[in-house]
Design a protein around this ligand. Sequence first.
Ligand code: CUA
Length: 321
Amino acid sequence: MKLFDFPFFPETASTTAGSVDALFFFALAVSALFSLLIAAFIFIFFVKYRRQHAGDVGHAIHGSLVLEIVWSVIPLAISLVLFGWGAKVFLEVSTPPKDAREYYVTGKQWMWKIQHPEGNREINELHVPIGVAIKMIMTSEDVIHSFYIPAFRIKQDVLPGRYTSVWFEATKLGTFHLFCAEYCGVEHSQMIGKVVVMAPEDYQIWLAGGVAKSPVAAGEELFSQYACNTCHLDSREGRGPWLGGIAGTPVALVGGGKAVRDDNYLRESIMLPNNKIVDGYQPLMPTFQGQISEEGVLQLISYIKSLDGAGAAERARTDSR
Ligand code: CUA
């Protein structure tokens, strides 16, 4: 690569990249303006207030209310603009649309493992359709990594033991860089991949070319393989609570607390079930920490999220398998 091919600024290829850039350039402009202003005044004062003859002594200044107000109010106004604008952009990039496609990402030393909603898997590659909101639900099998796609202006730490998420909607066809942006061991610099943005038709063809079992179907198998279905009964009379329709809803806990059953709650309830016992139940469930892979836990969670409160006949079939 020639030196002059070096891109000083990444491509702009997602719906939110423009607003992130605008905020960045505004902050940069404010910083540059004040840096230049201060440098200029330092120089002007050097000259203006230099000692002009031996015995020259400066006069003491006893405050200036106008000056105090000016240098308090102007920075306050600029800070508030930056805060308000920053909060707006932060909300925009951290709130995925409700209908976003959910992909599962597992980071490990030193690769990115990705699973599509249809079940297709890939390593260090991410194929996505253009113009569709994509939400990544991410965890790590070992240490902290960071999922970074410069062209989409997204970067999110990926942590062992919990889920984090990030979303984007690609606006340009092509191939973009995927990096790990958190130093994670000797081959951190090799933990790279590519994002391929495809036309929806091409993406469908790509999907059809893979051997796939959906995370929901894989999770359903694990649900009986680990005998979850012997306690979490559809009849609601099992030793554990029925799991249909619980995702995202609040629940009362033994001891008086409350919890919202989001992805992190579901994960903790599989790995360390005795941490939060649902009111009215006994701490009977075994710990699955170390028993199920991170990908298995993600599949179980997507199966649990696919269950709804109704549709008992479908589940009776599942449970009797
Ligand atoms: Cu993973 Cu650096």
